[in-house]
Design a protein around this ligand. Structure first.
Ligand code: APR
Length: 233
C-alpha cells in the first residue's frame, strides 16, 4: 500500500441511520400503501406528480430534524486531513455529509435539496416545499422535478466514480446493503484495479464476500475508529 493511498469510500443509508433518518420503507416496505419502487419512477412522476412530490417533501422535511452523526463527522475529518486522492461516493440523498464538512463528495443518486428541470437540465436549490407545478426559471418548462435518480435512470457522476475506482488503492463501503447496482458492483471493480477493499456495516450484506476485510457494528463507532487509525498512520 503506497504511503498516501488513493481512497474511494461508498456510503449508503446505514451511515445516516443513527442520525435518525429511517429508511423510507416502512413496515412491509410500503409508503402510504405504495411500493417505493412504484413512487420513485419517471412514470409515477408523469402519472401523479403530487404523490411523488409528497413523498420527497416528507423526506426533505425530515432533514430539518436530524444532524450528522459521528460517522459523517469522521469522514469529514478524513476529507480535510487526507493528503492523497479521496472521493466519497454516497447513495444517500440527504445532506448530512455536506453538513458534516465533506467536500470531495458525489451524490450518485441525486440530492433531496435540489430541483431539476428535465427539459433543460437547470438545477436550483429546493429547501422548502416546491409545488409540483413550479415552472423552470431558465426555460419556462411547466414543472421542475426532484433531482433524484429514479429507479431505471442512470446514476450521476459515473465517469468520475469509475476513474476514482480505477486509481483506488483502498475502497471502503459503509452502511450499504449491496443490493442495488451499479453501486453494489464497485467493490469488484476496485478489487480488479488492485485496491484493498473493506466493508463497515451493521451486519453482513449481500456483498460481504467480495471484501478483503469486514467489520460489523454501528457506523458511529466503526468509522471514527477506522479514520483515527488511518490518520495516525
Ligand atoms: N451502521 C452501519 N450500518 C448500518 C446501520 C448502522 N447504524 N444501520 C443499518 N445499517 C446497514 C444495514 O445493515 C444495511 O445493510 O445499512 C444498510 C442499508 O441498506 P439499505 O437500506 O438497502 O440502503 P442502501 O444500501 O443505501 O440502498 C441503496 O437503494 O433504495 C435504493 O436508491 C436507494 O440509495 C438507495 C439504494
Amino acid at each position: 500500500m503506497p504511503d498516501r493511498p488513493s481512497i474511494v469510500i461508498l456510503t449508503g443509508a446505514g451511515v445516516s441511520a443513527e442520525s435518525g433518518l429511517a429508511t423510507f420503507r416502512g413496515p412491509g416496505g410500503l409508503w402510504e400503501g405504495h411500493r417505493v419502487e412504484d413512487v420513485c419512477t419517471p412514470e409515477a412522476l408523469a402519472a401523479d406528480p403530487a404523490l411523488v412530490h409528497r413523498f420527497y417533501d416528507a423526506r426533505r422535511a425530515a432533514l430539518a430534524t436530524v444532524n450528522p452523526n459521528a460517522a459523517h463527522l469522521a469522514l469529514a475529518r478524513l476529507d480535510a486531513a487526507w493528503p492523497g486522492d479521496l472521493l466519497l461516493v454516497t447513495q444517500n440523498v440527504d445532506d448530512l455529509h455536506e453538513r458534516a464538512g465533506s467536500r470531495r463528495l458525489v451524490h450518485m443518486h441525486g440530492a433531496l435539496l435540489s430541483a431539476l428541470c428535465a427539459a433543460c437540465g437547470h438545477r436550483r436549490d429546493w429547501s422548502g416545499d416546491l409545488p409540483p407545478a413550479t415552472p423552470c426559471p431558465a426555460c419556462d418548462a411547466p414543472m421542475l422535478r426532484p433531482d433524484i435518480v429514479f429507479f431505471g435512470e442512470m446514476p450521476y457522476d459515473m465517469d468520475r466514480i469509475g476513474d476514482a475506482i480505477a486509481r483506488a488503492d483502498l475502497f471502503v463501503s459503509i452502511g450499504t446493503s449491496g443490493a442495488v447496482y451499479p453501486a453494489a458492483g464497485f467493490v469488484r471493480l476496485a478489487a480488479q484495479a488492485g485496491a484493498r477493499t473493506m466493508e463497515l456495516n451493521l451486519e453482513p450484506s449481500a456483498g460481504s464476500h467480495n471484501f478483503d476485510d469486514r467489520r460489523f457494528g454501528p457506523a458511529s463507532r466503526l468509522v471514527p475508529e477506522w479514520v483515527d487509525a488511518l490518520l495516525a498512520g
